[in-house]
Design a protein around this ligand. Sequence first.
Ligand code: NAP
Ligand code: GDD
Length: 363
Amino acid sequence: MGLNWGFTLNILVSLLSMIALITGITGQDGAWLAKFLLDRGYEVWGVYRRLSTPNFWRLQALGITEKVKLVQADITDLASVVEVLRRVQPDEVYHLAAQSHVAASFDMPLATLRESGMAVAVLLEGLRKVKRDAKFYFAGSSEMFGNTSFNSRGKIDESCLFRPASPYAAAKALGCYLARVYREAYGMFSVCGMLFNHESELRGLEFVTRKVSNAVAQIKLGLRKELRLGNLEARRDWGYAPEYVEAMWLILQQEGPDDYVIATGEAHSVRELAELAFAEVGLDWRDYVVVDEALKRPRDVDVLVGDYSKAERELGWRPRTSFRELVRIMVRADLDRWSRWLKGEPVPFDAPFYVESSIVSGR
Ligand code: NAP
Ligand code: GDD
């Protein structure tokens, strides 16, 4: 009987390939990370939650919906998580799923603590029972530092204290502490990535960068007249998301588990963001932006700017996309989508589902 070489090769490749499990695969980072890992030959599994309407537009936009293996689970339910871990037997777990919106966490603190904090214990306990040797990445956040004191370079590094300023930040700090506890108590490869804001054309509409790029595109095409924003003075360290998911992977490829700050080292204000984005299409932001007090948060972090020296030294990672370039990528992507949408072309994106932009405007 002759050998089917193609079939044999497929089996060999699948035996050799690493298995990654991503929670939050339908989100911005989950989609970029899935693409990054598929490109490196990983078998990629993604956990998604049950919704009445499927939410796979980012996977569709990247053309990978058919390439990832999707499995439904509730990240707050140990039985459900254990079932997935038994089935997938992952080598690497990237736990990205979370209620990720800071302002929303003031409206639903308990749900945020459960989904963004306690769920980390669910994943870690599940792994400890089912696949203790898997490497575990937890999506920590620069928000954990809050209005902390900066290092001698005037930035935030791994040694700075956590001073959470929102329920979201408190939940993430809990998750980060848990990742360390499981590493120290059980010797698990469990790490906390301290990532500063990272954005892309796949960003959710409720975050300020995409809210701005989407509105600029609509205004330019005559689809709306103004953009309402909250705190224009807040300063953030905004990088390009595809580069940040690469850092997540690099952190798991190190010999030992450790926590890293991933950032650009530059802070810009929301005002500068608006100015640049409107200038990208030849408009003056002052003609369209309205400050709306209702969009200000009960408490905000004034400035977040990260020092990525350790990541550069140990991971060989550094940011490559400037703030100006990031804004250009996002504005151009939304202009392109809305232009194609106006021509009746099918485009996988979220914005047309929200007729009245204020529904998803966040704060
Ligand atoms: P995102 O676009 O908001 O995606 C969040 C993901 O979590 C989505 O897949 C979402 O599923 C899922 N999710 C939310 N609540 C869930 C729940 N109760 N059960 C199961 N899944 C749930 O966020 P992102 O920008 O990709 O960020 C990824 C992770 O990194 C998050 O943990 C975020 O907090 C953290 N982080 C992000 C940044 C940043 O600047 N992007 C910086 C630091 C840390 P649905 O699609 O069904 O809603
Ligand atoms: N969303 C939003 N909408 N933010 C606004 C608005 C508005 O209309 N107007 C001003 N802002 C300000 C917020 O007050 C905040 O200071 C800043 O813009 C950034 O807000 P977001 O884009 O919502 O992001 P974030 O910094 O609160 O949180 C993001 O980054 C964190 C890392 O620092 C999220 O991705 C978190 O999940 C992540 O951990």
